[in-house]
Design a protein around this ligand. Structure first.
Ligand SMILES: *Cc1c(COP(=O)(O)O)cnc(C)c1O
Length: 389
């Protein structure tokens, strides 16, 4: 997608800086006396006389507020290629499920991460019930275990960095190996956001994400999206959205688009804070298993510096017991105990309380917000001190 310069000529946005692109992503072309950023369009149907052709027919199929957000999302995921398209969904899982269930048929095989988002095991059971073979392997070790399962598969699903373990796999190498065997590749880009990593540039067929998290960043909505440069691949995903009705409300879509204006500001601060926190934690004897892909020495660092532009806002680490972790969380003053991640206010949780993830009882997933770094680090170090007793 492009901007309109004063001569009315469309210019690709790929050459602009990230903040400028985020500010302008998906803005409509200027119309005299109309708002630069239109409000949400609330409607279930449109005036539609005669033969029912688009662009706007029925509210489950299309909505102008989605259209602008979809253009913005495609621009962010694929600034260099104006051919990319996006579809928005009512949640991240709606987007994830739309790709899996629209691309796979009974008898197909799919490779899923064994250490991915906690709803994937539920999806796995449903895929299996529909006669789809599900193979799973961990993300770490460059994705070698995932590569070993590609033979005869239809789709490879990657989640990198993985949530909550923060392992990273080599998207480009895995996409090449998959494509050589006729396997399509989808990447869950939730944790990195399109400012952190661009899976389509690295060879993925789909980049999928929960905009619920860092993309919108205020913890006030759920939303998902699917992007691809291949319109034909996206058609069954669109059809799935229509038949399942997994659509966002116009208000959520509008709020999400509004949030994009500050994406670069939020993301830059949150990633810098995450590194500052990881560095502070790395000096602490009571912290083990510290993970942050941007920390030199992290097992993910070597691949992360090659394929990521920024390393995200999630830090994970382990304290020596469940009780210690609970005391630590209770002692934090600037950090809410809550699930989810990517928001402007820091949150943290003991991940083991959910069951499902293969993590230690004292494992903490820490979502780093946009606080002043010295305040955040001081609060965390103080909570570590007072929880030691
Ligand atoms: C949260 C999350 C999802 C699901 O998003 P929802 O909006 O909660 O449905 C999918 N993948 C990852 C990696 C996530 O963190």
């Amino acid at each position: 997608m492009g901007d309109v310069n004063p001569d009315g000529i469309r210019e690709p946005k790929g050459g602009l800086g990230e903040s400028t692109r985020a500010l302008r992503a998906g803005l409509p072309e200027p119309v005299q006396f109309q708002p630069p950023f239109p409000g949400p369009v609330f409607t279930s149907h449109y005036h539609l006389a005669g033969d029912p052709t688009g662009p706007y027919t029925y509210g489950r199929d299309e909505n102008p507020t989605w259209s602008l957000l979809e253009r913005a999302t495609a621009e962010l995921e694929s600034p260099a290629d104006p051919g990319a398209q996006a579809l928005v969904f009512g949640s991240g899982m709606a987007a994830v499920s739309a790709v899996l269930f629209s691309q796979l048929r009974a008898g197909d095989a799919v490779v899923l991460p064994s250490d991915g988002y906690q709803a994937l095991p539920l999806v796995r059971d449903q895929l299996t019930a529909y006669g789809i073979e599900v193979r799973t392997a961990p993300t770490g070790g460059c994705g070698d275990a995932q590569r070993a399962l590609l033979d005869g598969a239809r789709l490879l699903w990657l989640e990198t960095p993985s949530n909550p373990g923060l392992d990273v796999c080599d998207i480009r190498a895995l996409a090449e190996a998959a494509h050589a065997q006729g396997v399509r590749v989808a990447v869950d880009n939730t944790l990195a956001t399109p400012l952190g990593q661009r899976p389509l540039d690295l060879g993925a067929d789909f980049s999928v994400a929960a905009a619920t998290k860092g993309l919108t960043g205020h913890g006030d909505l759920l939303l998902g999206y699917v992007t691809s440069r291949d319109a034909a691949l996206l058609e069954p995903v669109r059809r799935w959205r229509k038949i399942v009705g997994a659509i966002p409300g116009p208000m959520e879509a509008w709020l999400a688009h509004r949030s994009l204006a500050t994406l670069e500001l939020r993301h830059a601060r949150q990633c810098a804070n995450a590194l500052a926190l990881a560095e502070a934690l790395s000096a602490r004897a009571e912290v083990s298993g510290l993970r942050y892909p941007g920390l030199p020495g992290d097992p993910s660092y070597a691949i992360a510096v090659r394929q990521m532009r920024r390393f995200g806002s999630v830090v994970s680490f382990t304290l020596d017991s469940r009780a210690r972790a609970e005391r630590f969380l209770a002692a934090l003053r600037l950090v809410d105990e809550a699930t989810s991640f990517g928001g402007v206010r820091s949150t943290a949780e003991r991940r083991g309380r959910w069951g499902g993830d293969a993590v230690a009882e004292g494992f903490i997933r820490f979502s780093v917000g946009a606080e002043d770094p010295q305040d955040l680090v001081r609060d965390v170090l103080r909570a570590l001190e007072v929880s030691s007793a």
